[in-house]
Design a protein. Structure first.
Length: 272
């Protein structure tokens, strides 16, 4: 692993060099390829544990490492969050049922670089009420990414996401946020998915971070279960999330975790 020369903004956000983008693209591509390969396996009758085992197998086969195995005691290669689970769902014996929606979140380490992404899947036929939630969440992420360019602020990103979600009569989770990454898993800044335009740190070329809005059909409040990981909606409403890792460029941004096979959105199966 080549160690980058550390440069920090006044807000303590690390700035990477143009040469570092290649490492992030490699890590992001592997994470996206693994999630692409998982798509046909998400079916009623499959367990979340079986999906996680396949993810771990593919990480090892690629000669990479899972960033989550051993992280604060966590022992799985993914987080799999089903229906009203907002994030950090623990894979296990849970059997997927027809119409279940789930977010699968994977972070891999390739030559010291962290590739972090998540996307939505459906077991069987996508229910109508879930379809709109998933679409709004996906579009909110992309609107947030479209905001990213030098001179904009993190408040601008949050405002773009929040205003779109709330126009669609849904709510943005406030208890969890995106984060800086690169040669570390989590670093400044915290990337909030709500906010006011013009507030927060100013975006600069070389910033690497995730944008990963969690959107609820009901209210935004969450609670963490007794396992100290699984976060659920307090009102048991459905929740969805999409996540990309990105890098700020001189005139916009690059997405490191694009799906090579165009399977980022769960309706991919209807387009083939």
């Amino acid at each position: 692993m080549q160690k980058t020369r550390e440069r920090l903004t006044k807000d303590g956000i690390r700035l990477y060099s143009p040469e570092d983008f290649a490492g992030m693209h490699a890590a992001g591509r592997l994470a996206a390829e693994i999630l692409d390969a998982l798509a046909p396996l998400v079916q009623p009758g499959t367990t979340t544990g079986a999906l996680d085992a396949e993810i771990e197998r593919r990480v090892n086969e690629a000669g990479a490492k899972s960033a989550t195995i051993g992280y604060k005691g966590y022992q799985h290669a993914s987080c799999i969050s089903v229906n009203h689970v907002v994030c950090h769902g623990i894979p296990g014996a849970k059997v997927l049922k027809e119409g279940d929606i789930l977010n699968i979140d994977v972070t891999v380490i390739v030559d010291g670089w962290f590739g972090d992404t998540s996307r939505m899947y459906v077991a069987g036929k996508l229910p109508r009420k879930a379809e709109r939630l998933i679409q709004v969440t996906h579009d909110a992420l992309m609107l947030g990414i479209e905001t990213v360019r030098p001179g904009k602020t993190f408040g601008d990103i949050g405002h773009a996401i929040q205003s779109y979600v709330e126009r669609n009569r849904m709510s943005v989770v406030r208890d969890f946020c995106g984060h800086g990454l690169g040669q570390v898993f989590h670093a400044p800044p915290n990337v909030l998915h709500y906010g006011r335009p013009g507030t927060g740190a100013v975006l600069e070329p070389g910033m690497f971070f995730t944008i990963e809005p969690m959107v609820n059909l009901g209210r935004p409040e969450t609670k963490v279960l007794a396992d100290d990981w699984t976060a659920v909606t307090r009102d048991k409403s459905l929740s969805a999330q999409f996540e990309h890792s990105i890098g700020v460029t001189e005139n916009g941004c690059e997405i490191f975790t694009l799906s090579p096979e165009g399977r980022f959105h769960p309706t991919w199966a209807n387009q083939t």
